[in-house]
Design a protein around this ligand. Structure first.
Ligand code: SF4
Length: 375
């Protein structure tokens, strides 16, 4: 059996050459021990830095239409019959969506993700989204727009591209073999079909997975290899948020260590694509979030579709403290061989950060006060 350091050296070598790990190597990443975890992160970090330097791309979600979906995806708080108590509203007006998007861009986001619940858009819905894209670009010309509207026809994909969308997101979520366990109203192949249509229309394909739904290591390896096979440009890795009132509301399977292994798996199998740490990072990685930045090159800023994320300011501080930098508008995220655009030069070392006097909070609770201690 191959030892852990030989395994990691092989994976780094393959990652730098864009060669695929074998299935056994991929499974072995998920089987590493906690004692080996920092070596796994360091190895994935070498691949990450080779293709993306120390840049972190920020993405911002705008939920255009929330809840009341007719589909029954068991992980989703917006599903048919959900009792999760999430916001339910119909399409935001273009101006309202543009205002929300503007807040994200002002916070440092270079991509805005326009998401709507539902099986797929009508042609009228696509026109609404086209008007929304125009309203956002009117204020923020350079922002990348990704749409996520469910199943698309070829014509709808083309229309979104014409309207100025840069990318389309449609996640595969889990392996083909277990897809029927998480959803009965559509299948894995339906999802693959929409990713292919988006690519065919010239949209950059964004497709990822959700971990923590009770899947096996083999399922995770299957879905990540399926994403490599589809040759998508970005891979969001979500960790299940078990919403009470949904069928998966009691599924708490993940540890911070397992989350890091899953992210490393994504980086080794898809070395030169945008691996995005997505929903659930705060609740599952918790204090280990900064370690994940050594593996992924992209995160969401702010809130998720139906749940709140940590404060945007905390994200920005985490990035700086971990020695990374926010990717600027005008920088091409992907390496030159994927886009034809020369890769960004690494940023020169910045000035050492100033002191953080704002973090010194005089104790006003606990001993010597009438308030309980912070314990
Ligand atoms: S994931 Fe999308 S299609 Fe599935 S229930 Fe949620 S909103 Fe509907």
């Amino acid at each position: 059996m191959i030892g852990p350091m030989d395994l990691l050296n092989t994976l780094v070598d393959k990652g730098l050459r864009r060669a695929s790990p074998t299935r056994e190597e991929a499974l072995a990443v998920l089987a590493t021990t906690d004692d080996e975890l920092l070596d796994v992160v360091a190895a994935a970090g070498k691949v990450r830095r080779h293709w993306f330097g120390r840049r972190v791309k920020l993405n911002y979600l705008v939920n255009l239409k929330s809840g009341l979906c007719p589909e029954d995806c068991s992980y989703c708080s917006q599903r048919l019959g959900s009792k999760a108590g999430v916001l339910n509203y119909t399409w935001l007006k273009p101006g309202e969506a543009a205002e929300a998007a503007h807040a994200g861009v002002a916070g440092g986001a270079k991509r805005v993700c326009l998401v709507a619940s539902g099986r797929g858009p009508t042609d009228r819905d696509v026109e609404r989204v086209a008007a929304t894209i125009a309203a956002i670009k009117d204020k923020n010309e350079d922002v990348e727009i990704c749409a996520c509207l469910g199943f698309l026809s070829e014509r709808q994909a083309e229309r979104l591209r014409e309207a100025g969308a840069h990318a389309y997101n449609h996640n595969l979520n889990t392996s083909e073999e277990t897809y029927a366990d998480i959803c009965t109203t559509h299948g894995f192949e339906d999802r693959v079909d929409t990713v292919r249509k988006a690519k065919h229309a010239g949209l950059s394909a964004c497709s990822g997975l959700i971990a923590g739904m009770g899947e096996s290591d083999a399922d995770l390896v299957d879905v990540i290899f399926a994403l490599r096979e589809l040759d998508v440009d970005s891979v969001p890795v979500n960790f299940l948020i078990p919403f009470e009132g949904t069928p998966l509301g009691e599924q708490w399977h993940l540890t911070p260590q397992r989350c890091l292994r899953i992210l490393a798996l994504a980086r080794f199998v898809c070395p030169d694509v945008e691996v995005r740490l997505s929903a659930g990072r705060e609740i599952h990685l918790r204090t280990l979030q900064p370690l994940a930045l050594h593996i992924v090159n992209s995160i969401f800023l702010g809130d998720y579709l139906t749940s709140e994320g940590q404060a945007g300011k905390a994200d920005l501080e985490m990035i700086t403290d971990a020695g990374f930098e926010v990717e600027e508008a005008g920088t091409t995220t992907l390496p030159e061989h994927r886009t034809g655009v020369p890769a960004a030069e690494p940023a020169p070392a910045g000035a050492p950060p100033g002191g953080r006097a704002d973090l010194v909070a005089i104790r006003r609770r606990g001993a010597g006060t009438d308030l309980p201690p912070n314990a």
